[in-house]
Structures are given as C-alpha cells and as structure tokens.
Design a binder for this molecule. Structure first.
Ligand SMILES: Cc1cc2nc3c(=O)[nH]c(=O)nc-3n(C[C@H](O)[C@H](O)[C@H](O)COP(=O)(O)OP(=O)(O)OC[C@H]3O[C@@H](n4cnc5c(N)ncnc54)[C@H](O)[C@@H]3O)c2cc1C
Length: 303
C-alpha cells in the first residue's frame, strides 16, 4: 500500500495501512470506460459552469507584484492576470522554475530539497488476442520484496525481480472486442536521473526491460508473447516528458520517514494568492489524496 504513494513500505508511517482497511471494508471504485472518463466528465462540468479552458498552453512564469501572485505568463509570452493562481504543476517546478527565487519561498524550497522524491513507474500497454482467466487486478509478488526497494531507492537501478501489477479490465468499453484483452502492466521503477541515477533514455534500455518483464510473467504461467498484437512502453523518462513530473516521480514526494508529511508543499503557499494543489502538495499523491488537495484549496480560495 505504501507504493500507492510512491514510497518504501519499510519507511512509511503505519497509518498508510488504513488503505488496506478501506479497500477491504468499502471496496474499490472503477470508472466505466477507464480513468480518462474522469477528466472528460470534469471538462464538461467546468464548461457548463462557464469556465474558459485553454489547453496545451504551458505556463512559463507565475507573475508576482511584490510578494503577491497576480497571474501567469505563458510560453508564448502572453500574460494573464487573475485574483488567485492555483498551481497544479509539481511543487519542485513551482518553487524552482515558475516562481522567481524570492526570500519568501526559501523555506518551502529547503523543505522540498530535504524530501525524498517518490519512486516512478515503468508500464506496458499490451494488446493481446484471445482470452485468459486473469481477474481485473493481479499482483505477482517477487520472492524478495525488500530487494525491490533497495534497488529503487539505494542502487537506483531497474528492479530485477519486481512485484508486477496487471490490470485486465473487466469492462467492455475498455477492450477492442470480445476476442481480445488489453493489459496494463505496471512495475515500480527508479526515477529518470541521467546525472545522479538511472538514465531511462539509453538506447535499448526500455525494450530490454519490457522483454524482461514479459519473461517474468511467462515464467509465472501467463501466456503473453504468442498472443501479443500491440505493445506500448512507458518509462519514467516518458512520464517526465509527457506530464512534467520531474524524474517521472508520479506521486510527487514520497512518504518515506516520519517527517515526510511536513516537507510536502503547503496548499497555501507563502506567496499571497498562490495555492499549490496535486500530488506533490499536501496531503500527497494518488487520485483520492489529489481530490482532497483540490477540496482544501477550493475552501481556502473561498475564505
Ligand atoms: C502509471 C501510473 C499509475 C497510477 N496508478 C494510480 C492508481 O491506481 N491510483 C491512484 O490513486 N493514483 C495512481 N497514479 C498516481 C496519480 O496518477 C497521480 O498521483 C495524480 O495524477 C497526480 O495528480 P496531479 O494533478 O498532481 O498531477 P498530474 O495528473 O500529473 O497533472 C499535472 C498537470 O499539470 C500540467 N503542467 C505541469 N506543469 C505545467 C506548466 N508549466 N504549464 C501548464 N501545465 C503544466 C501537466 O502537463 C499535467 O497535465 C498513477 C500514476 C501513474 C503514472
């Protein structure tokens, strides 16, 4: 359960075990048609409320007047002024790239520097012919689960024998036809850190590791290669490039250590009228917490 927040299970506060209770007691929800439906539904809801959405517009800077946030400047140079700025980018980018390095943010920057970034993920999207008897969720646990987190956090290497999560959606809207399956396969992975750790962009690395994961699944009795029609590979470097999560740390900062919760970016930033929301802000990563983060920010903005 600790890995749901990108953390090392040996180092997190025991409170994360409440996730096990919540799953057992209340079950888990599935968004029909896949998780993307959440984004499109939200889009139509905010459009109904009159929100003017500008997609594919990168923010280059958060504009300040003294120590008050007054708007944003986009990559194309245009400036947009507002009463408040709610930043959903990774907190590391907010404090170290989008904002000027003013004295008011020095504590927030120091806290982020002390925090351990979350682990990343390596995933395979597999289109397979024929049917198997796999359920919606399957986890193939390795013999030595400790070794997984030593390889990720200490050695910063792809895990040789990782826990493998497979989602075989039991949802007709998510499969090509009744004669096929599509599996989402996810393993924990070290961040993309070409200088200090592992470089996921080295030629041949992602194909070699994808093959290794398929070998491990086949050894556990799953038929993959003979059924494989399509395969897409997503590495931590892809995550960094596509969703701008530094190093592909998809859960922001990890929950490793007793103080981790206090090192995370606060929802009310030290800059007046600037709020931080999302996985790298309080209370942390994973969709349920990101939703809570949004609720806290919405209330704070209204106050
Ligand atoms: C493979 C994978 C599996 C996962 N599985 C689960 C799961 O089963 N359950 C779960 O709860 N969570 C899961 N997560 C984690 C979950 O997806 C994240 O915690 C959550 O998406 C974080 O939300 P966010 O809004 O903080 O960041 P994001 O969803 O990354 O959104 C941030 C957005 O900000 C944009 N952005 C960044 N900088 C700028 C800028 N300068 N200008 C404009 N836009 C910018 C990015 O493009 C991005 O669209 C998974 C993540 C991955 C990658």
């Amino acid at each position: 359960y600790a890995t749901y927040t990108g953390s090392d299970p040996r180092k997190v506060p025991a409170v994360l075990l409440t996730i096990a209770f919540v799953e057992e007691a209340f079950g888990a929800w599935h968004v029909e048609g896949g998780l993307g439906g959440l984004a499109t539904t939200l889009e139509s809801r905010v459009k109904d409320l009159g929100v003017d959405l500008r997609l594919n517009s990168s923010v280059a800077n958060i504009l300040l007047k003294g120590t008050v946030a007054v708007g944003v400047q986009l990559e194309d140079g245009s400036e947009h002024y507002s009463d408040v700025v709610v930043a959903n980018a990774d907190a590391d980018l907010i404090y170290n790239k989008l904002l000027p390095k003013v004295k008011k943010t020095s504590r927030a920057r120091k806290a982020l520097k002390k925090a351990t970034p979350s682990l990343s993920g390596f995933s395979l999207l597999l289109g397979l012919s024929g049917k198997s008897d796999l359920g919606h969720h399957t986890v193939l646990f390795p013999e030595n689960y400790d070794a997984e987190f030593d390889q990720i956090f200490k050695e910063k290497q792809p895990v040789s024998d990782p826990a493998i999560y497979i989602c075989n959606p039991n949802d007709s809207k998510m499969i090509k036809d009744q004669f096929s399956e599509n599996w989402f396969v996810l393993v924990n992975a070290p961040r993309h850190e070409p200088d200090l750790g592992f470089d996921w962009r080295k030629p041949g690395i992602k194909e070699g590791y994808a093959n290794h994961i398929i070998d491990l699944m086949e050894k556990r009795g799953l038929e993959v290669r003979s059924r494989l029609k399509v395969m897409e590979i997503r590495t931590p470097a892809d995550l960094e490039m596509n969703v701008l999560a530094p190093g592909g740390s998809i859960y922001g900062t990890s929950s490793n250590g007793m103080r981790s919760a206090f090192l995370r970016a606060k929802n009310r930033s030290p800059i007046k009228n600037l709020y931080c929301v999302g996985g790298s802000a309080h209370p942390g990563g994973g969709l349920p917490l990101v939703g809570i983060s949004a609720e806290i920010v919405a209330t704070a903005v209204e106050e």
